[in-house]
Design a protein around this ligand. Sequence first.
Ligand SMILES: Nc1ncnc2c1ncn2[C@@H]1O[C@H](COP(=O)(O)OP(=O)(O)OP(=O)(O)O)[C@@H](O)[C@H]1O
Length: 303
Amino acid sequence: MKKDEQKLHNLLFVLNPIAGDIEKDDLKEDIQAICQEHGIRYEIYTTTGENDAENLKKQLGENKYDGVFAVGGDGTVSLVGALLIGTGTPLGIIPLGSGNGLSKDLDIPQDTEEALELIHSHVVRNIDTITLNGMPSIHLSDLGFNALVVERFCEGDTRGPGSYVWIALQEYLGYEPKSYKIETENGNFEGKAFMVTVANANAWGSNASINPDGVLNDGRFEICLIEPFPKAASLGILYKLYTDSIDSSVYTKIIQCRRATIYNLDQEVMHIDGEPVEAAEKIEVEMHAKSLKVILPIPDTNQ
Ligand SMILES: Nc1ncnc2c1ncn2[C@@H]1O[C@H](COP(=O)(O)OP(=O)(O)OP(=O)(O)O)[C@@H](O)[C@H]1O
């Protein structure tokens, strides 16, 4: 076994029963079978959507787990990941949400059977995390258009990628860019933007890549701005988002930095890793390099 391949003996699975609108009863049996086969002790915490962070914090405080797997979408990953930052306990992901953005950026298999292999066969690596006014973000957080879509999606009754696209189309027609002032050690911005993304990673769960060159363990994050654009340019922007080339658009600006202050002058809505949070007037963004351990597939070169 190589240095970063660790056997995990005692695991917690945090399972979100509603994520991605996917039935998960068979999955519990699969987890049981794999853990039994490999002599791994395990517990399952099923989320309720109410006080999960508090309940899990208590459970993690009272038990010593070698790893915690988030079984669900980006919201579940963010819930679990936030509790594990700085603890040395690695985060695993079994992607079962509508989008599964962070798991894709980490090259975690999207096929459930393959992802379940990570329970017994994996490497553990460190990635960066960031905080926005002290609130942890592992993946992508936005102010502006996408944050509005995320808010409407979370308010709605239907999940899945189809609802997200439908809401985005409806909101796009009437959306007006908002005013921001952004200060970083590598450059500033003042003006209107369609959206501002604070990016630790690359792409949303939809596969639209807002930060094509972002690296999850380089000690830096990116502020990605889409500036106001004429309606005629929208298809071109969409095309670039889905072909990993948004950084070549004349309407984008990317600032790579280690800390930033964002003045949200119009009090625009925001979300952190897919979960809406109360809009703040001033947002202090800080980097926490290599602060979270993650469970990843064994790279080909290691095999
Ligand atoms: N038992 C439950 N009943 C209702 N809502 C729940 C329950 N458990 C968790 N939730 C809610 O599920 C949301 C997180 O879902 P998650 O992000 O994991 O899946 P998703 O939204 O389908 O996928 P993705 O974020 O990848 O697009 C949170 O808002 C949380 O409050």
